[in-house]
Design a protein around this ligand. Sequence first.
Ligand code: ATP
Ligand code: MG
Length: 521
Amino acid sequence: MNTLGDVPRYHAEARPDAVAFSFEGRETTFAQLDRHTNQVANALLAAGLSTGDRIAYVGKNSDHYFELLLGAAKAGVVTTPIGWRLAAPEIAYIVGDSEAKLVFVGRELIGHVDAVAAELTHRPVVIAMEAEGAGDYQTFEGWRDAASDVDPHKPIQISDIAIQLYTSGTTGRPKGAMLTHHNLLGMRREAAKNPLEWNQWGPSDVSLVAMPVAHIGGTGWGLVGLINGAKGVVAREFDPTKVLDFIEKDRISKMFMVPAALQIVVRLPRAREVDYSRLTHILYGAAPIPLDLLRECMEVFGCGFVQQYGMTETTGTVVYLPPEDHDPAGNKRMRAAGLPMPGVELKIIDEAGKSLPPNTVGEVAVRSSANMAGYWKLDEATAKTMDADGWLRTGDAGYLDEDGYLFIHDRVKDMIISGGENIYPAEVESAVYGHPHVAEVAVIGVPDDKWGEAVKAVVAPKPGVTPDADDIIAFARTRIAHFKAPKSVDFIPALPRNASGKILRRELRAPYWEGRERQVN
Ligand code: ATP
Ligand code: MG
């Protein structure tokens, strides 16, 4: 398997009748997936698309999204999935930026087509993913099934772009990370040379794809299962009660979820009644997890836990914390993001790019075969992020310990400098989170005449409690150094998050910084 198109080809030979995807009662075998992706490729070629052309997908999760992605890959066409929760101008920005020639639209978004089109300077062809609400638009199945199912066998290079995946837009406008076939498949060979116990897949494995496909945690995770020949149960969207149903009825063995999603699932009363005996591993990551939440999940789900650290630009996971380092008694390793995946190199650098010794905080840099080819049409940002030796700056602050474990503090830009001390919000959030009245917490730096910046906690309280700011501050001071504990607490009903479940600290900061420039390194 060298290119994405080889994935259905390989499994159609090896296990033609095994189920590749299950979606709302529709099952697709690997043999069918191979034929459908041939049809998609032929339909795109017939529409005049050629290598490097882009198509976009705007919709919730669907098995047909994966058919589109793999079929496009067979034609050399690049797929850009776009988050369905974005507003029309945000969707239009990505459709316009990617120059997508065809846009495939899910039923939930079909009503937005005109609003999106009004913002565009080019006129892409619209295809409705589902018959429901399709109106005059051609449907995906009609479009696909009109094409030949014979493999076009178009020559594809492993350095060709397969996916243009936009970053989550947590720190600014999303950037189009160009991921090649080699990015998506190269690390697998390294993994095969150094098998990790939690990363073994067998014929009975069933993976749950419940995170949005517009992000690496959805598309990347869906592809991992597929590449390994597992059955992928695709959830249209993240619905916490349905996650429990899938685990019970579809016998899910592995799933990836962001901490914000795990928190909702684990707090459901029924979560303590479900049979988790088939669930071998929960992989979690994409944002820092509060330790108390991790302990709660380990107790309720009782399976192996694996932390994943990575980003869109590194095609997802580059660092993992294996189950054996999850010791609820609280060993120090449980706070780590973990060890480099096979084939991944890590280093910690200062602002000038010089390597720092162990246990010294700096910016995390990554080198692996999964580092993106670059950002689409953003040469300056690409040059700032990647150097000629293949190192990619993550924008995250952290350190490596003497055993090579990576500890992630936070994004460099979110670091609070108060009275000359560096304070990382995630650590403070983890401390505050354990307070019994706190449902969610974000920590930000606000302007302070004396200290430069002061630590503020923004708390969403649990329902039915009357939270007290002083009590929360006192609680934090029992868990972390006084200078790191919040100086003030604000209460809001819920934290602003993006579709990747990440707290939008820049939105929370904005009202306090109005008219002032926040200094970041
Ligand atoms: P943008 O780059 O547009 O601001 P983003 O960085 O949130 O958005 P992603 O590529 O989806 O977009 O997320 C990658 C980031 O998520 C990492 O740089 C890191 O800050 C955070 N992250 C990922 N995994 C972990 C983890 N295990 N622990 C803490 N943070 C994590
Ligand atoms: Mg980023």
